[in-house]
Design a protein around this ligand. Structure first.
Ligand code: PBG
Ligand code: ZN
Length: 322
């Protein structure tokens, strides 16, 4: 036998030498849920280890994250007044706006702030847009999203991340931002976002479940890989800076295909359901949490993700898993 692949697996040193995939803490974006009020730090039942924070406690927790090397956060606003027209989503007094200003004042450019842009936590019906005759109105929703993105940019957000799946929203947001002098605010598009049951725990955390119906008339059908590329290329043409695939674990094929077909950075969102399944099994002693989490992280990277949005980031760095 001339060829013995096991030679290069013989010792830890040689395995490190030939490792084809490497992870870095710089790849991680860590999500935070911000609520109105003060002195709130309340664990989310369905997402062990993740909490709701008011702005004051958020500042303290982000300081801990920064010390661990997590310097990119994704903010979600929760618990704001809900209405038919989602007006609290683009208020310049929203909890997300307050969080951005507070974080920028405290940490300046040491922290990179990304914000989720969507109406579902701000509408009475829980849909990701303006509802009329039981249909989410595309163009009216894009206008609301653009206003929401602008309110975040004005407060100092570095990047906005629309998660609604309306057609044309990247262009709508880009034009709005540029018209107000925010041409340097980046857009990470939730380009390929599937209608997924893996968002379950998040909808509890964000109180954003649709009261009636589902999100299939805007989020993507997971049977359609070709359609994912159409969505991604449209976002690219409309000016997106980063393209995201969501969820991540059940869609490694899509991450890979996107990476092969775009020159933009590719992000993946390791969503709440994927996180909570691992946590539940680990808390029952059924799996080794560290090993499973790191196996998943390498899978995202190997598939082609340059950026990983994950609730596991804190554990990984706090517990020295990499
Ligand atoms: C809002 C939004 C959702 C997630 C991110 N932004 C939920 C949804 O679309 O229902 C899911 C994140 C997660 O599950 O961790 N549109
Ligand atoms: Zn939404």
């Amino acid at each position: 036998m001339l060829i013995r692949p096991r030679r290069l697996r013989k010792s830890p040193i040689v395995r490190e030498l030939v490792a084809e995939t490497r992870l870095s803490k710089d790849m991680f974006i860590y999500p935070y849920f911000v609520v109105p009020g003060s002195n709130i730090s309340h664990g989310i039942d369905a997402m062990p280890g993740i909490s709701h924070f008011s702005v004051d406690t958020l500042l303290k927790d982000v300081e801990k994250s920064l010390k661990l090397g997590i310097n990119k956060v994704l903010l979600f606003g929760v618990g704001e007044e809900k209405s038919e027209d989602a007006s609290s989503a683009y208020s310049n007094k929203s909890v997300v706006v307050n969080a951005i200003s507070g974080l920028k004042k405290e940490f300046g450019d040491d922290l990179y702030i990304v914000t989720d842009v969507c109406t579902c936590a701000y509408t009475t019906h829980g849909h990701c847009g303006i509802l009329h005759d039981d249909y989410v109105q595309n163009d009216a929703t894009v206008e609301v999203l653009a206003k929401m993105a602008l309110s975040h940019a004005e407060a100092g957000a570095d990047m906005v991340a629309p998660s609604d799946m309306m057609d044309g929203r990247i262009l709508g947001i880009r034009e709005k931002l540029d018209s107000q002098g925010f041409e340097n605010t980046s857009i990470m598009s939730y380009s390929i976002k599937f209608a997924s049951a893996y968002y379950g725990p998040f909808r509890e955390a964000a109180d954003s479940a649709p009261g009636k119906g589902d999100r299939k008339a805007y989020q993507m059908d997971f049977r359609n890989p070709n359609e994912t590329m159409r969505e991604a290329f449209l976002d690219e043409e409309e000016g997106a800076d980063i393209l995201m695939v969501k969820p991540a674990l059940a869609y490694l094929d899509i991450i890979h295909r996107l990476k092969e077909n775009t020159n933009l950075p590719v992000a993946c969102y390791n969503v709440s359901g994927e996180y909570s399944m691992v946590k539940a099994a680990a808390n029952n002693g059924w799996i080794d949490e560290q090993k499973v989490v790191m196996e998943n992280m390498y899978a995202f990277s190997r598939a082609g993700a340059n950026i990983i949005i994950t609730y596991h980031a804190r554990d990984i760095l706090e517990k020295g898993w990499m």
